[in-house]
Design a protein around this ligand. Structure first.
Ligand code: PMP
Length: 304
C-alpha cells in the first residue's frame, strides 16, 4: 500500500503518497491507541460524493473524545480534507481512511500529553467480501474469540485497539475456509462481524443486536432507516446464534462490506441458502442511496 502514486492528507497538507511516513517510535504503533474511520465515496448522480461524511466525522471525534485524545483540527477541516483527498487523487469511487494517532514524543502508556497526528488516505476498493458474496451470500463461522466486554474496550469508539480482536477472529475462521467471522459478546449473545454489523430476517421482520457490544454502524443506521421507510418492522434486541441458524435471511452491513448477504453460519444453511428477497430490496435501496438515486436521502451525499 505504501509504494504508489497519489496524495495523502497528513497533518494539514497533502503530501506525496510515498512520503506519508511516521517514526518507528510512534506511540500508537507500540500501545495500540488510535482512532480511525472507514468511509466510502461513490460515483453519484452529480459527480463523486462521500456517503454520510458528517456522521463518520462525528463518530471519529466521539472516538477521540472517549479516549481523551486531543483533536488538532475541527470537524469542518477534517471533512474538507476528505474531499480534498478524493479530488486530488482523481478518484471516482473509493474507500477513505482517516486515522488519528499519537506522536513519538515519549514511550510509556501516559498518552494525554502527546501530540495527535491525522492522516487521510483514499484508494479504489471493490466489494470487501467479494463480488460473488454480494450476489450469492458469504459463509460465516462463529469465532472462539469473544468481542470485548464493554469495560474492556469502548464499543462506541472505532479504535485501533478493537481490531486485534477482529483480526484474531477473522484469521481463525479464514484458516478454516470461511469468508468472515461472527463474534459473540461476553454473555454469549451475538455482537457483530469482525468488521460488520449483523441483521436477520424472521417472519418479515428485521432483527439486529442492540448496541451493547457492537459498533454503532452508519450502514446499520442507513439500513434501519430504509427498512422502516419500506414498512419493515425493525427490532433491536439480544440475538442468539441459533436464532441466526433458523432465520429466513441474514446479512452483514458495513462501509467496506456494504450490504453483504450471509448464506451459511457454522455449516447451517440460512433460509434458501442464497440472497433473500428482503436483503435484495435493502441492498438495492442502499446502492440507490449511495448513487444519489434515492429521493429521500440525497442529503446523505457530500459531493467532493
Ligand atoms: N462493526 C465493526 C467492528 C466494524 O469495523 C464496522 C466497520 N466500520 C462496522 C461494525 C460497521 O460500521 P459502518 O457501517 O459504520 O462502517
Amino acid at each position: 500500500m505504501s509504494d504508489r502514486d497519489g496524495f495523502i492528507w497528513h497533518d494539514g497538507k497533502l503530501v506525496p503518497w510515498r512520503d506519508a511516513t511516521t517514526h518507528v517510535l510512534t506511540h500508537t504503533l507500540h500501545y495500540g491507541m488510535g482512532v480511525f474511520e472507514g468511509v466510502r465515496a461513490y460515483k453519484a448522480a452529480e459527480g463523486t460524493a462521500i456517503f454520510r461524511l458528517r456522521e463518520h466525522t462525528e463518530r471519529l471525534f466521539n472516538s477521540a473524545h472517549i479516549f481523551q485524545m486531543k483533536m488538532p483540527y475541527d470537524k469542518e477541516t477534517i471533512m474538507e480534507a476528505h474531499r480534498e483527498v478524493v479530488r486530488s487523487n482523481k478518484l471516482e469511487s473509493c474507500y477513505i481512511r482517516p486515522i488519528c494517532f499519537y506522536g513519538s514524543e515519549a514511550m510509556g502508556i501516559a498518552a494525554t500529553t502527546l501530540s495527535t497526528h491525522v492522516a487521510i488516505a483514499a484508494w479504489p476498493w471493490g466489494a470487501y467480501l467479494g463480488d460473488e458474496g454480494m450476489q450469492k451470500g458469504i459463509r460465516v463461522k462463529t469465532s472462539s474469540f469473544t468481542r470485548h466486554h464493554v469495560n474492556v474496550n469502548m464499543c462506541r469508539a472505532k479504535s485501533v485497539t478493537t481490531y486485534a480482536n477482529s483480526i484474531l477472529a477473522h484469521q481463525e475462521v479464514a484458516n478454516d475456509g470461511y469468508d468472515e467471522a461472527l463474534l459473540l459478546d461476553v454473555d454469549g449473545y451475538v455482537a457483530e462481524g469482525a468488521g460488520e454489523n449483523l441483521f436477520i430476517v424472521k417472519k418479515g421482520r428485521l432483527y439486529t443486536p442492540d448496541l451493547t457490544s457492537c459498533l454503532e454502524g452508519i450502514t446499520r443506521d442507513s439500513v434501519i432507516t430504509l427498512a422502516k421507510e419500506m414498512g419493515i418492522e425493525v427490532i433491536e434486541k439480544r440475538i442468539t446464534r441459533d436464532e441466526i441458524y433458523c432465520a429466513e435471511e441474514a446479512f452483514f452491513t458495513g462501509t467496506a462490506a456494504e450490504v453483504t448477504p450471509i448464506r451459511e453460519l457454522d455449516q447451517r444453511q440460512i433460509g434458501a441458502g442464497s440472497r433473500g428477497p428482503i436483503t435484495t430490496l435493502l441492498q438495492q435501496a442502499f446502492f440507490d442511496c449511495v448513487a444519489g438515486r434515492h429521493p429521500n436521502h440525497t442529503d446523505w451525499l457530500d459531493y467532493v
